[in-house]
Design a protein around this ligand. Structure first.
Ligand SMILES: [Zn+2]
Ligand SMILES: [Zn+2]
Length: 892
């Protein structure tokens, strides 16, 4: 049975038993910012298990894309070296949300394994949690397993919990017997193999059934859940290996085609060499992970999810080098993965171009890093001589790593190849350098900006305490409000008062001022007190969501605890609202025109423009930009109401709101809905209806990084002004050409053609003139000291033209000395040329030097050709006269 058939058989089987087939959720968990990547089937159902969310089904089955890389779950360095560790894998699962429980979970699993997959029941064993007699007895009665094939294991192996608190319960694993011929450390040590509990490969865990039975509270006490649930997981790759009779998932049809492509590209044979096999397996695994992660919107970077992706890709590239693949190759993997999995996951085929582009750019960048490092290593080995068995210097390795980002293991490999060896000394020095580096970082953190920031946080926390109750933001409803001035901050500390000219931070107990967040920049406005007035120049968050106004005191002064009036600049806010609502319309229009892979990668909302970065491969065509603009303006004309609603995060996501990955949301979120056109989670300030945008115009579209595009656009008055500006330019062009702007393109094309023709004519004329001038100069050649000498000027020639002229004259003379000058804009160029036979007696460099000096300049060059420049065109004639004297003065 192929992997694809297994996937389908599993989902079909559970559909037959009333389960709803739910598609895999993205690898970037929706609405869970604490989790790096989706790593199990239950992730998308967490809200249901926690009782926060309802769906219209109580049984579900999925094949879930998962990534485990880094963290406690998976040591990246092991992947490719073992038979079954993967960064990307698929998890088959069936779920019951308060529907069936242990009996059916066991019955269904047993039936699927032994009937549908036809696995010999004698090769299966089950494990249960020590105290779970219920499960133990069910395995006996439902599956007919004898006592000795049911193992009781402890909490570490067979008890599952979502976290320190929340749903938890015993689990039960099904193990498959791979054979007693496989090596076992216990047996080698003279003890019996521990079966399913053993570390060896003789028994393989294939399916884990989790019985969510209890709710654990903060004190650790467990109470039974009113509606116990089921969550199961079976690794697709693992089961495929079992069914195909392979000990390693790399030999299954899910990986074999990838390995074949890699082997072919590298010109190696899989199975011939252990280390090469490992490299091929690493590349196969990582090509899958990179393809799926990028398809789901992750881009390589130095932060969090992006960093994990970068590490995975670079590790694959490193193993590519080990196989002798020095050119970028990993991008080809996108197609290889598509061949095997494209039918089940059409996204990776649809997004093919973009994914390849991202991989390729990362490969090229990494290649540069490697090249720089390799050059350093070469310099080092050239300076040090052959290794001759000497230990590698850990300090050198560290410098390479620290300055160039060059991977240590690769550097070691290269050096070992050249006769060096690794030793304990290498390790110790490396560790010492690493520690010194950490120490430097710590010292910097203790004295540098970081400590300031920490002190700052404490200060704002103190202010937050002084507020007594939560600060109120009233900016959705009003633009002015009376408030109490709770704190003044100047120079990083609290002050009691501030006077005219001071620039301070002000915290009030309630404010209409929007603090910069979600791309929308902060409000400005005014602050008016009993004895003073100030301008709010910026508004931002500090500490834990404390709204802070930066205020320039214009008149009088302010005092702590006084009553003030806070007002937001209303026209500016209106501009912000137009551009924020415009951003939501743009986002939705982009997804409609370009596809649902478009994800926000960055956003700026200003009063007079907006900027929106989004994931998309390839260029956006002019026609698509027009379509996007049209869609937005359609919405503007429809004057669709913009509604907002506060709701529970999970409910909002279930209702189809677009959540921006990387944004943090509280439990209660604000949902901005624009008819059926757009629904987004957003805290920004919006219009009441789209008509208030007035008019929307895309100003610019371009690339910012591989797979990321940027659109700049304007709304409302700014859009009208932008169009008016263009209109003025067009009108001016028309005025200059004395035609209507509509005729301008045709006329301009004609003018450019005419200009080209004129330039051609002019160039021909110039050549003719120069030729005839050259004739004149040759005619005026004088015999001095027995040689022919030509000296003269032709103004308006650049140094290249002058050199060409000197060349021509020299050739024409056959034997002689040439010196020509040209004045352009009051400056002088000089070129001297001497025929070969005379360069000993009359070196051109010497000649041009003397002539240039006479015009206040300098120069030099080869004996046959030399040039110079001089600042004084007035002296050019007299300087050129010196040529004859100079030739006369030279000894015979
Ligand atoms: Zn064993
Ligand atoms: Zn928004």
């Amino acid at each position: 049975m192929t992997g694809a058939e297994l996937r389908e058989a599993f989902l079909k089987f559970f559909e037959r038993y009333g389960h709803t087939r739910v598609s895999s959720s993205p690898l970037v968990p929706v609405g869970d910012q604490t989790l790096l990547f989706t790593n199990a089937g239950m992730v998308q159902f967490k809200g249901i298990f926690l009782g926060e969310e309802r769906r219209d089904y109580t049984r579900a089955t999925t094949c879930q894309k998962c990534v485990r890389a880094g963290g406690k779950h998976n040591d990246l360095e092991n992947v490719g070296r073992t038979a079954r560790h993967h960064t990307f894998f698929e998890m088959l699962g069936n779920f019951s949300f308060g529907d069936y429980f242990k009996a059916d979970a066991i019955k269904l699993a047993w039936e699927f394994l032994t009937k549908d997959l036809g696995i010999d029941p004698r090769r299966l064993k089950a494990t249960v949690f020590t105290e779970d007699d219920e499960a133990f007895n069910l395995w006996k009665s439902v599956a007919g397993l004898p006592d000795d094939r049911i193992l009781r294991l402890g909490e570490k192996d067979n008890f599952w919990a979502m976290g320190d608190t929340g749903p938890c319960g015993p689990c039960s694993e099904i193990h498959f017997h791979q054979g007693d011929h496989l090596p076992c450390a216990e047996v080698e040590a003279g003890r019996p193999c521990l079966g399913p509990a053993c570390e060896c490969d003789r028994w393989l865990e294939v399916w884990n059934l989790v019985f969510m039975q209890f709710n654990r509270d903060a004190s650790g006490a467990m109470t039974p859940l009113p509606r116990p649930s089921i969550d199961t997981g079976m690794g697709l790759e693992r089961m495929a290996a079992v069914l195909q009779g392979k000990l390693s998932s790399y030999e299954t049809d899910l990986f074999a085609p990838l390995i074949r492509h890699i082997a072919e590209l590298a010109g190696k044979r899989y199975g011939a060499d252990r280390e090469q096999d490992v490299s091929m397996q690493v590349i196969a695994d990582h090509a899958r992970a990179a393809t799926f992660l990028i398809a789901d919107g992750v881009l390589p970077s130095n932060e969090w999810r992006g960093y994990v992706l970068r590490r995975i890709m670079r590790r694959a590239m490193r193993h590519g080098r080990k196989l002798g693949l020095t050119e970028p190759f990993l991008w080809r993997g996108v197609d290889w993965v598509g061949e095997v999995m494209g039918r089940a996951y059409p996204d990776i085929v649809r997004e093919r171009e973009r994914i390849m582009q991202v991989v390729r750019q990362e490969e090229e960048q990494f290649a540069k890093t490697l090249d720089n490092g390799m050059r350093r290593i070469e310099e080092y080995t050239t300076a040090q001589g052959a290794g001759g068995g000497r230990p590698i210097d850990g300090r050198f390795l560290f410098t390479l790593y620290d300055t160039y980002g060059f991977p240590r293991d690769l550097a070691e490999e290269v050096l070992v190849d050249q006769g060096w060896r690794t030793s304990d000394e290498t390790e110790t020095t490396w560790e010492r350098e690493m520690e010194a580096q950490r120490e430097r970082a710590r010292a910097k953190a203790a004295f540098g900006a970081d400590s300031e920031a920490t002190e700052g946080v404490a200060l704002y926390q103190q202010v937050q305490g002084a507020l007594g109750r939560p600060q109120q933001f009233v900016g959705y409803e009003t633009l002015t409000t009376p408030a109490t001035l709770v704190a003044l901050i100047a120079g990083g500390r609290r002050v009691r008062e501030a006077t005219a000219g001071d620039e301070i931070e002000v915290i009030v107990d309630r404010t209409p001022g929007y603090a910069e967040s979600g791309g929308q920049i902060g409000d400005t406005g005014t602050l008016v007190g009993r004895g003073g007035q100030g301008d709010i120049v910026d508004t931002y968050y500090r500490g834990s969501k404390l709204i802070v106004h930066r205020v320039k005191v214009r008149q009088g002064g302010f005092r702590e605890n006084e009553e003030v009036a806070v007002a937001v600049d209303s026209p500016r806010r209106q501009g912000l609202r137009q551009h924020h609502t415009g951003t939501h319309l743009l986002h939705a229009a982009l997804r409609k025109v370009l596809g649902s892979h478009v994800a926000q990668a960055g956003s700026l909302v200003a009063p007079d423009h907006l900027r929106f970065d989004f994931s998309h491969g390839g260029a956006v065509k002019d026609r698509e930009v027009e379509q996007i603009e049209e869609l937005v303006n359609e919405q503007v004309q429809a004057n669709t109401p913009v509604t907002n609603r506060e709701m529970d995060l999970n409910a909002a996501l279930a209702a189809g709101a677009m959540a921006l990955f990387g944004e943090k949301y509280g439990d209660r979120v604000r949902v901005i809905k624009i008819g059926d056109f757009s629904t987004e989670l957003c805290g920004g300030t919006h219009l009441d209806a789209t008509g208030q945008i007035g008019f929307f115009k895309v100003a610019e579209e371009g690339a910012v990084a591989a797979g990321v595009r940027r659109i700049e656009a304007v709304a409302g008055t700014a859009a009208v002004e932008a169009v008016a500006r263009r209109e003025r330019v067009l009108k001016e062009i028309g005025d200059i050409l004395k035609i209507s702007p509509e005729e301008a393109p045709q006329r301009l094309r004609k003018l450019l053609d005419e200009q080209k023709a004129l330039e051609r004519q002019l160039a021909e004329m110039e050549t003719k003139v120069a030729r005839s001038k050259a004739e004149d100069l040759i005619a005026g050649a004088r015999q001095v000291n027995g040689v022919a000498v030509v000296a003269g000027r032709i103004d308006g020639l650049d140094p290249d033209g002058l050199r060409a002229l000197a060349d021509t004259l020299r050739d024409r003379l056959g034997s002689g000395v040439v010196c020509v000058g040209s004045a352009v804009d009051g400056k002088v160029s000089l070129v001297a040329a001497v025929t070969r036979d005379l360069t000993k007696r009359f070196p051109a460099g010497k000649l041009v030097q003397e002539v240039a000096q006479a015009a206040g300049g300098r120069g030099g060059g080869r004996p046959d050709l030399a040039q110079a420049g001089a600042p004084d065109a007035g002296k050019l004639d007299s300087a050129l006269n010196l040529v004859y004297d100079w030739v006369a003065r030279q000894p015979a």
